[in-house]
Design a protein around this ligand. Structure first.
Ligand SMILES: Nc1ncnc2c1ncn2[C@@H]1O[C@H](COP(=O)(O)OP(=O)(O)OP(=O)(O)O)[C@@H](O)[C@H]1O
Ligand SMILES: [Mg+2]
Length: 234
């Protein structure tokens, strides 16, 4: 479904990603792990069309998207939940969800989607009139994921969904991500919580200093001595 081929990206003179190639299969969950500053967020932003590339290509269902604008990429079915689950703090929960349904295909089914998002996250339904800025960290992350689902995406990019959340909430969020994947959505997730993220992954990539160092299945990652030592702490 998603294919990234020999992608290089930088900020001005400063190159961050070098020759990145990988694929994410339809209906699967893939996890990108790696240390701070490795270029994980840069990679997700590039896929979303927010950063210009130096070279390489990105395909969604065989169509090159690296020249497309961010809104066109959302229209094509890629939605990103940004780092820290950024939401619109001065809008209500429901207004935030409405903002997510701007692609054409999503607008028609707005009511059904909203009902579905509220079923998935009952807490958002209870707080639909509340200003999003006053939500707790976990609720905010749920709202960010809910808003992304409102755009009726095919591929969901999640940037550290567990960041700053208490362990119980993290478990809950990961369970929801798994449920969303089971409903047919393809997921590409960046996570520091490597053990938990690998548990719900089909495949994983290790990104270090802007390069993919290891690619493999969940089982291969759990069995890899370097991954175990440096990222899982076993
Ligand atoms: N807007 C920017 N301008 C210049 N350099 C940037 C910019 N954004 C990020 N960088 C640099 O690019 C590199 C990769 O950053 P990125 O945010 O992609 O890392 P990351 O893997 O997501 O890290 P973290 O785990 O801390 O979120 C870092 O060295 C960072 O300082
Ligand atoms: Mg990051």
């Amino acid at each position: 479904m998603l294919e990234v081929s020999q992608l290089s990206v930088g900020y001005g003179e400063f190159q961050v990603l070098f020759d990145i190639s990988f694929k994410v299969k339809k209906g699967s969950t893939a996890v990108i792990v790696g240390p701070n500053g490795a270029g994980k967020t840069t990679l997700l932003k590039t896929i979303s069309g927010l950063l210009p590339i130096i070279s390489g290509s990105i395909f969604l269902d065989g169509i090159p998207i690296q020249e497309k604008k961010p809104h066109q990429i959302v229209e094509m079915g890629i939605a990103q939940v940004p780092e820290g689950g950024r939401i619109f703090p001065y809008l209500s929960v429901e207004e935030n969800l409405k903002m997510g349904s701007f692609p054409k295909r999503a607008r028609e089914k707005f009511k059904d989607r909203l009902k579905w998002v509220y079923e998935l996250f009952p807490v958002l339904s209870e707080r639909k009139k509340q200003l999003a800025g006053s939500l707790s960290g976990g609720e905010r992350q749920m709202l960010a994921i809910g808003r992304c689902l409102m755009s009726e995406p095919k591929l969901i990019l999640l940037d550290e969904p567990s960041m700053g959340l208490a362990p119980l909430i993290v478990t809950h969020i990961f369970k929801l991500i798994q449920d969303i994947n089971t409903q047919g959505y393809t997921i590409l997730m960046v996570e520091q919580n490597v053990k938990k993220a690998l548990q719900l992954a089909d495949n994983a990539f290790l990104l270090e200093s802007g390069r993919i160092k290891i690619k493999g299945s969940k089982e291969e990652f759990f069995a890899n001595e370097y991954i175990k030592k440096a990222y899982i702490g076993l």
